[in-house]
Design a protein around this ligand. Structure first.
Ligand code: FAD
Length: 393
């Protein structure tokens, strides 16, 4: 039997284990010391984004010719998980720079667009965002109302986008809008837009439940005139591009949920071994052990599902379904584990003195962003029932 006492059926390569160690050390030593303070101050740490970029964290799924390192999606997933384990807000750049704009340009952009933006996004020299959601458009992406109507050598954008992470700090935005509203999804197009273009206005959304150190805002387009070469792919490709982007950004999000779930478990174990009641550590009580056991299973099951999806993405396999399964599992695990950690810590969980209150707040977004848990379940169930094939080739 291999692997000592128990057979080892799944193990990360030495390279991936080393990557995990680098990411963990960075998260603990660079993000950790000020995490509580940064979060409370709603402080966006651009300097830390640049440091992560310097270490190659934002370049894993990007080939070297565009400034990346080609280490792949599983490496990126492991790194994002470790970052979110210390501060969920710091996980956002993986999606806002890499999995959103950079990968979309790599897949669908022109060589000029790739060369112009991808190296900057990977190096953290520029910040990105992606804008799908609108005040009246969430899960039903096709119902968006923003238009980009061609006028001579320009597209003219009008409309507004809501809940856009990085809106007020981004240098470039991946934006979806209708070039031909009469065609429904066939009239949707995707654009890469420089945020200093006149008519592009971003307003921060200050009051949100969690991820306090991650900027989020509303974008308004008022006769925002952009060049024709801002179009990604062809007119009418927008919906297809958006669905493809969501696969990749969902995977980044799944890694974040996993990090928060693990952090909750870590905090619960530490506290259960330290807090004494009735003359013994509370970890000795079976009801606390029940919570710990549930958390361990949640975390480990989610991790295997998320890593499987990332691994499939690295193999170039179609994996929309597996990404949805991983995102759903990790989003739910984050919430269940943060809730159980709160129970283990009792009143101290409710206090800002311990990080569990932050995990509890931050976990919630993983059930909402990049398609809610319900939307992931629809994808999974409709595939299982044979109503539609989830995986795109
Ligand atoms: C912190 C944060 C950051 C975000 N960042 C971004 C970003 O960077 N870019 C971006 O474009 N968007 C972003 N979003 C928006 C996010 O993607 C949307 O909130 C999400 O897609 C859900 O849309 P909604 O909130 O409008 O909910 P709705 O779609 O209005 O849904 C409301 C409820 O109805 C359910 N529901 C909807 N349709 C169905 C259905 N067919 N069957 C069953 N149930 C259904 C939903 O699951 C949900 O429970 C962000 C949101 C948050 C909270």
């Amino acid at each position: 039997m291999q692997g000592g006492k128990y057979a080892v059926y799944f193990e990360l390569s030495e390279e991936l284990q080393a990557i995990r160690k680098v990411a963990r050390d960075f998260a603990v030593n660079e993000i950790g010391p000020t995490v509580a303070e940064d979060d409370r101050a709603h402080r966006f740490r651009r300097d830390l984004v640049e440091k992560m970029a310097d270490l190659g964290f934002l370049g894993c799924p990007i080939p070297e010719e565009y400034g990346g390192n080609g280490m792949g999606f599983l490496a990126a997933t492991i790194i994002a998980e470790e970052i979110a384990r210390v501060h969920s807000s710091m996980r956002l750049p993986f999606n806002m720079n890499t999995n959103g704009p950079a990968l979309t340009l790599l897949k669908f952009g022109t060589e000029e667009q790739r060369k112009k933006y991808v190296p900057g996004l990977v190096s953290g020299k520029i910040l990105g965002c992606f804008a799908i959601t609108e005040p009246n458009t969430g899960s039903d992406v096709a119902s968006m109302r923003t238009t980009a109507i061609r006028d001579g050598d320009r597209y003219v954008l009008n409309g507004s986008k809501m809940w856009i992470s990085n809106a007020q700090v981004a240098d470039v935005a991946l934006v979806y809008a209708y070039t031909d509203p009469s065609q429904r999804v066939k009239g949707m197009s995707a654009f890469i837009i420089e945020t200093n273009t006149p008519g592009f206005m971003a307003t921060p959304i200050e009051d949100k439940l969690g991820t306090w150190a991650a900027p989020c805002g509303e974008i308004t387009f008022e006769n925002c005139r952009i060049p024709l070469d801002a179009l990604i792919g062809k007119e009418g490709d927008g919906f297809k591009i958006c669905m493809s982007q969501l696969d990749d950004t969902r995977l980044g999000c799944a890694a974040g949920g996993l990090g928060v779930a693990q952090a909750s478990l870590d905090a619960a174990i530490e506290y259960a071994n330290q807090r004494e009641q009735f003359g013994q550590p509370v970890g000795r009580f079976q009801m606390i052990q029940d919570l710990i056991a549930q958390m361990v299973v949640e975390v480990e099951a989610a991790r295997l599902l998320v890593y499987r999806a990332a691994w499939m993405r690295d193999q170039g396999m179609s994996c929309t379904r597996e990404i949805s399964i991983g995102k759903y599992a990790a989003g739910e695990a984050a919430n269940k584990c943060a809730d159980m950690a709160m129970k283990v810590l009792g009143a101290y969980g409710y206090s800002e003195e311990y990080p569990v209150a932050r995990y509890y707040r931050d976990a919630k977004s993983y059930q909402i962003v990049e398609g809610t848990s319900q939307i992931q379940k629809i994808i999974i169930a409709q595939d299982a029932l044979g109503y539609r094939k989830a995986n795109r080739s």
